[in-house]
Design a protein around this ligand. Structure first.
Ligand code: 13P
Length: 256
């Protein structure tokens, strides 16, 4: 039995609309009334325009709501950005930071990811910081070097205030949205590497930090992945849009 409480987060990416979301929230609510989820933490991260809708539907269920991104700055002339303070004001408890799509499509560097992490923590928001290598980096034997660089950039957060609100997500880029998940052993090896790397900053905090796996998690592979010693739940893309799949992944995390 792991001492860390499992966490499952759904990253909806740029999907959803008011009617479809309502259907998803209704199913999640009624399933949760029948199932005890107190053994795990569940987070749903819809696009920004639907955060209020998510909070209205889920605030009394125990499911937390998070943003998919957050600004590095606190406030000011940053057109199009959403601050951590705004997320907190609305009732969001989490923000995803440094997703590979933000890194590759929107140019987020390790420094930006670190700045966003520190700002969110300072505003009382929990962070799910994403790391992971591309296929080319894996094939060139660079996986550990890439993970070390990405982890070192934000590791100081583990030694500061709010460190219990830091969650890491290992998402190998080649497994995201491809249907090709990392094997249990491959994922475990990367998670152990990340934990050992964080231990260089603070060994006690590194043992307590939750490290999620993301990349083509489905109900069929969730239990195997979540049973590995250093995998503490998942960051779920496509399957988080299908209520039954998401619920079955949550049940796998509770059972692992
Ligand atoms: P998929 O679960 O669709 O592969 O996406 C993973 C992901 O990017 C979650 O952040």
């Amino acid at each position: 039995m792991k001492s860390r409480k499992p966490l499952v987060a759904g990253n909806w990416k740029m999907n959803g609309d008011v009617v479809a979301n309502e259907h998803l929230f209704t199913t999640l609510r009624s399933a949760l009334e029948r199932t005890s989820t107190s053994r795990i933490d569940i987070v749903v991260c819809p696009p920004f325009p639907y955060l209020g809708q998510a909070i209205a539907w889920l605030s009394d269920t125990g499911i937390a709501v998070g943003g998919q991104n957050v600004a590095a700055a606190d406030q000011g002339a940053f057109t199009g950005e959403v601050s951590a303070g705004m997320l907190a004001d609305l009732g969001c408890r989490w923000a995803i930071v440094g997703h590979s799509e933000r890194r590759t499509l929107f140019g987020e560097t390790d420094e930006v990811v670190a700045a966003k992490t520190h700002t969110a923590l300072a505003q009382g928001i929990g962070v799910i910081v994403c790391v992971g290598e591309s296929l080319e980096e894996r094939e060139r034997g660079l996986t550990e070097a890439v993970l070390a660089r990405q982890v070192d950039a934000f590791a100081a957060a583990l030694a500061g205030p709010g460190r219990e609100r830091v969650v890491v997500a290992y998402e190998p880029v080649w497994a995201i949205g491809t249907g090709r998940s990392a094997s249990n052993d491959m994922a475990q090896q990367a998670h152990r590497f990340i934990r050992d790397r964080l231990a260089l900053q603070d060994s006690e905090a590194a043992e307590q930090v939750r490290i999620l796996y993301g990349g083509s998690v489905k109900p069929s592979n969730a239990i195997g992945l979540f049973s590995m010693p250093d995998i503490d739940g998942g960051l779920i893309g496509g399957a988080s849009l299908v209520a039954d799949d998401f619920l079955n992944i949550c049940r796998a995390a509770a059972a692992a």
